[in-house]
Design a protein around this ligand. Structure first.
Ligand code: ZN
Ligand code: ZN
Length: 418
């Protein structure tokens, strides 16, 4: 039952405000948005699965090239250092910073590859008109990996590292880097070509679900958070019969979990800014750099736009995220009815921008891989980098733990007679 092709108006819940809606057919290229909170609901794309699948095959080839060919070469004082994409991870590991090594590996290699593989696992059989094995669970995993695949953030980190080094050394961009840029383009093209709602519509639940429930007054419905399947509470399912996610009306213990993660991030924010994130050692002498002193170095070198970029990504964004989430949590706990639509929009922004704070970590991973010319110049990572990466990851988890529908729940309760 494709929402774009058939007139069957299936009930769906808005995943941001919890409003029960009817999915109506859309013209080609159109997008459905929630009338209450403005959340994006679904689109109509023709040949969504076919186009996305062919792009994914192209992306897989580019992925292999990007991973195996040289990424960048640094030439300085007659010496040469060639790096591949994963060199930064290995360097972190060698310096004993294995949590950072693992994170960079996951964000630049494991998550994008797993996302591609899971999508192809589901799309290929669907394209041939068959049902994939464990299709629902695998596609849920592919969707969950989306925010953790950070190749475009890594590319921006590469750019910052390039500008930082270009004055003191000769840099050569290699095949791996060009393949990496193309890979990012093809992957985002594949993402925008794919309409998840169409895939979910084509995937059959493993156990039969009662016919699409017609919302009648008094009947309680529950929507799956992952695949938007709507089932009556009376059907007795504790797990979604289509994708296997736990079925509950709201994220469990959302406020307590979000608070715990926000407070953890606040505590980690201190060592992240106090301890050095890296040390540049040139001809035997070096000075450790914190995030803020790194920005100052960029300003004194006259690189204003770059200093602003690093300042916004590394200092402003994490702080605004923590303040924004605290504000949302307090307003929900006070059952505030103030500007619900704007608060939902604030949540959407917080969820979207968080991953971009990883720029600094990726930049350091490139610098430590490139600049290891012994006595001439060496860049070593510092412990501050691990704390900073932990801040970014905990704030991302915090925004995932927060349930934006809680912003609207007070409104529903107000309207209901007691
Ligand atoms: Zn909504
Ligand atoms: Zn589901």
């Amino acid at each position: 039952m494709n929402k774009g092709e058939h007139g069957t108006a299936q009930p769906i819940f808005c995943h941001e405000c919890g409003l029960l809606l009817r999915a109506s057919p859309l013209p080609e290229g159109a997008t459905a948005k929630c009338p209450r909170c403005g959340a994006f609901l679904y689109r109509h794309r023709t040949n969504s699965i076919e186009r996305s699948l062919s792009l994914l095959f192209g992306a897989l080839i580019l992925f292999v090239v990007a991973q195996t060919f040289p990424f960048m070469t640094l030439k300085m004082e007659g010496r040469e250092q060639i790096t591949v994409l994963l060199q930064g991870c290995l360097e972190f590991y060698r310096q004993g910073l294995w949590p950072l090594a693992l994170l960079v590996f996951f964000a630049t290699t494991a998550a994008p590859l797993a996302k591609m593989a899971c999508s192809m696992w589901v799309l290929l059989p669907l394209y041939r008109g068959r049902q994939p094995r464990h299709g629902g669970r695998v596609f849920r995993l592919a969707q969950a990996l989306r925010p953790w695949a950070m190749m475009e953030v890594y590319l921006l980190g590469t750019f910052v590292a390039y500008v930082k080094l270009i004055d003191m050394a000769t840099l050569q961009l290699d095949t791996g880097l060009f393949a990496f840029c193309l890979l990012i383009l093809v992957m985002s093209w594949a993402d925008s070509a794919l309409e998840p709602a169409e895939v979910w519509d084509r995937l059959k639940p493993s156990t039969p679900v009662p016919p699409p429930p017609q919302p009648t007054p008094g009947q309680q419905l529950v929507g799956c958070h992952a695949c938007d399947l709507v089932a009556p509470v009376s059907s007795g399912h504790t797990r979604c019969p289509r994708c296997g996610a736990a079925l509950h009306a709201r994220k469990v213990d959302s406020l307590a979990r979000t608070w715990a993660l926000v407070l953890t991030a606040v505590i980690l924010y201190v060592p992240a800014n106090v301890y050095p994130v890296m040390t540049v050692i040139s001809f035997g002498s070096g000075e450790p750099d914190t995030i803020l002193s790194g920005v100052k170095v960029l300003i004194s070198a006259g690189m204003w736009p770059l200093a602003l970029l690093v300042f916004i990504a590394s200092i402003t964004v994490p702080m605004l995220k923590l303040l924004g989430l605290s504000f949302l949590l307090i307003s929900v706990q006070r059952r505030s009815s103030w500007r619900r639509r704007d608060r939902t929009r604030l949540y959407r922004i917080i969820e979207g921008v968080g991953r971009w704070s990883m720029i600094d970590i990726f930049m350091i991973s490139i610098l430590v891989a490139l600049v290891k010319l012994g006595a001439i110049a060496t860049i070593e990572p510092g412990v501050g980098a691990t704390s900073f990466a932990a801040v970014v990851v905990t704030t991302m988890l915090a925004s995932m733990a927060f349930d934006p529908r809680l912003i609207w729940d007070a409104a529903v309760q107000e309207r209901k007679p007691a």
